[in-house]
Design a protein around this ligand. Structure first.
Ligand code: ADP
Ligand code: AMP
Length: 216
C-alpha cells in the first residue's frame, strides 16, 4: 500500500505515520527526517538543504524527487510506505506519479489532515523527539508516561528541531498554502483523496485514519 499524509507542518503527519508503521508494517518515509539526517551527516544534499530548511522554505524539487526515488528502490519499502512530507509541490506530485508508474506501483490514498492554522504554532513549538528511537512527543498533548523516559525505548535523551520556533512557522505555513495545498484538488480529481479531522485528539485521529484505510 502506498499512502500520502498531507497537511501543514504540525498537523500530526509524523505522529500518525509512526502509529500506522507500528500497526500495519508500512514504512514511514519522512523527507524532513531524511534531510535532517543529511544535514547532520554533512552530505552534499545536507549542505544544500540546511539554510533553506532554517528559513522554512522548500528544498528543490530535483533534490527531493531524487531522494524519494532512491528510497523507493530499497527492498524494505516493498510491503508499502507512508509518505510523510512528500510530495509538497505539483512538480513533486507529477514526478511521483511517473516514478510509481515506472516501478509498476500505484498510489492507494492521500489522507488530508485538516487543521486550523492558529493551533499549529503551539503544536510545533511544543514538539520533541526521543534522540534514541525517534518517537515523537509534545510538552502538553503527548507526554511520556514517566517524565523524561521514552515510552518506546526507555531512552532519556530528547531533541528539539532547530526550525521548530515560532518565527519559521509563518514561512512554513506560507509554503504549505502556496505550494502544497494545490495538491488537494490534484488528488481529489483522481478520486483518491480522503480527509481526517486533524484538530481532534491524537487517538481520535488514529481512529479516523483506520476508518479511511478500511475503505481502501
Ligand atoms: P507533522 O509531522 O505534521 O509536522 P507531528 O506529528 O510532528 O506533525 O505533530 C506536531 C506536534 O503536535 C507533536 O509534538 C505531536 O505530539 C503533536 N500532535 C500531533 N497530533 C496531535 C493532535 N491530534 N492533537 C494534539 N497534538 C498533536
Ligand atoms: P518537515 O519535517 O516535513 O516539517 O520538513 C522540514 C523541512 O524540510 C521543510 O520545512 C522543508 O524545508 C524541507 N522539506 C521536507 N520535505 C520536503 C519536500 N518534499 N520538498 C521540499 N522541502 C522539503
Amino acid at each position: 500500500m502506498i499512502l500520502i499524509l498531507l497537511g501543514p507542518p504540525g498537523a500530526g503527519k509524523g505522529t500518525q505515520a509512526q502509529r500506522l508503521q507500528d500497526k500495519h508494517g508500512l514504512i514511514q518515509l519522512s523527507t524532513g527526517d531524511m534531510l535532517r539526517a543529511a544535514v547532520a551527516a554533512g552530505t552534499e544534499v545536507g549542505l544544500k538543504a540546511k539554510a533553506v530548511m532554517e528559513r522554512g522554505e522548500l528544498v528543490s524539487d530535483e533534490i527531493m524527487t531524487g531522494i524519494i526515488s532512491d528510497r523507493l528502490g530499497e527492498p524494505d519499502t516493498k510491503n508499502g510506505v507512508i509518505l510523510d512530507g512528500f510530495p509538497r509541490t505539483e512538480a513533486q506530485a507529477e514526478a511521483l506519479d511517473k516514478m510509481l508508474l515506472a516501478k509498476g506501483l500505484k498510489l492507494d490514498a492521500v489522507i488530508e489532515m485538516k487543521t486550523d492554522d492558529d493551533i499549529l504554532v503551539e503544536r510545533i513549538t511544543g514538539r520533541y523527539t526521543c534522540a534514541n528511537c525517534g518517537a515523537g512527543y509534545h510538552d502538553s498533548f503527548l507526554k511520556p508516561k514517566v517524565e523524561g523516559v521514552c515510552d518506546k525505548c526507555g531512552g532519556t535523551e530528547f531533541t528539539r528541531r532547530s526550525d521548530d520556533v515560532a518565527e519559521t512557522v509563518i514561512s512554513r505555513l506560507k509554503a504549505y498554502h502556496d505550494q502544497t495545498a494545490p495538491l488537494l484538488p490534484y488528488y481529489r480529481q483522481k478520486g483518491i483523496l480522503k480527509q481526517v479531522d486533524g484538530m481532534a485528539g491524537i487517538d481520535e485521529v488514529t481512529r479516523q485514519m483506520e476508518d479511511a484505510l478500511q475503505a481502501i
